[in-house]
Design a binder for this molecule. Sequence first.
Ligand code: ATP
Ligand code: PRP
Ligand code: MG
Length: 281
Amino acid sequence: MLRIAVPNKGSLSETAAQMLHEAGYTGRRDPRDLHTADPRNGVEFFYLRPRDIATYVGSGALDVGITGRDLLLDSGSEASEIASLGFGDSTFRFAAPAGGDFTDLADLDGVRVATSYPGLVGDFLAARGVTPAKLVKLDGAVESAVRLGVADAVADVVSTGSTLRQAGLEIFGPVILESEAVLIASGTEQPGTATLVRRLQGVLVARQYVLLDYDVPVANLERATAAAPGFESPTVSPLHDPEWVAVRVMIPRVDMNHVMDELYAVGARAILVSAIHAARL
Ligand SMILES: Nc1ncnc2c1ncn2[C@@H]1O[C@H](COP(=O)(O)OP(=O)(O)OP(=O)(O)O)[C@@H](O)[C@H]1O
Ligand SMILES: O=P(O)(O)OC[C@H]1O[C@H](OP(=O)(O)OP(=O)(O)O)[C@H](O)[C@@H]1O
Ligand SMILES: [Mg+2]
């Protein structure tokens, strides 16, 4: 059985469980369950703190896991990313009191920096020759550290930026990391890992793409397929009227209306969009 680590709580847990469900796996029914087996799919799920998942996978105790890229790098674990999962996006940034003296990385030399990710931040600063006086390790609510006097600047996860603003802080300096949820593994690939990756990628495709069907005069086919070239090549089928063809192609969901406008403008008609429920590319 493939042993899979899944976040038990926090920002990543709900979407991770939902993705696994859409990929055909049976997860836990009770949110307090720590472990569940899905023998039909040959997997076992272990529900763990996202921060600990890289440790379990890196040590070989578990085969694969879902966690954040930032948490993986912070852990210093041997595990590595094998797929990105398209959710849990965040940016990791430095911040300091708004309108203050901090403008670039060098300003962190000799000051106290609070963070919940000392591994990630320490490596980033060391690689750039910046030596803070102290990395203050906090569990959360890092934004309060400056106001409460335990640090001069912070480094933390930023999503909307509203927590920073409320604490009177503003971002400065370079982007430390662009993070998202990732699938991690270590050592030799286990049987079953490739199937898990393909299934999760199928879920991503089904979420991110739609199926587009339209009819177009043969004379305008080249212009139409240029507007929506698809993954490999569009499927073109004959219609009863020899001057028209039917076209089917996958397009990114976000481009859907824009592409429909373009196709209409080059003479396509009966333009239909449908959802993809599952995919294996
Ligand atoms: N708005 C957000 N706040 C915190 N983490 C986020 C956010 N958006 C995405 N993430 C990602 O979620 C992961 C952190 O999840 P984790 O469960 O450890 O923390 P959390 O959601 O802050 O939960 P808690 O603080 O309650 O333990 C990181 O990979 C982080 O980049
Ligand atoms: O940019 P924003 O949209 O405001 O989100 C970012 C904030 O959200 C998270 O905190 P969380 O709510 O998890 O609390 P914590 O600090 O106790 O972990 C994160 O640590 C930031 O503080
Ligand atoms: Mg948090």
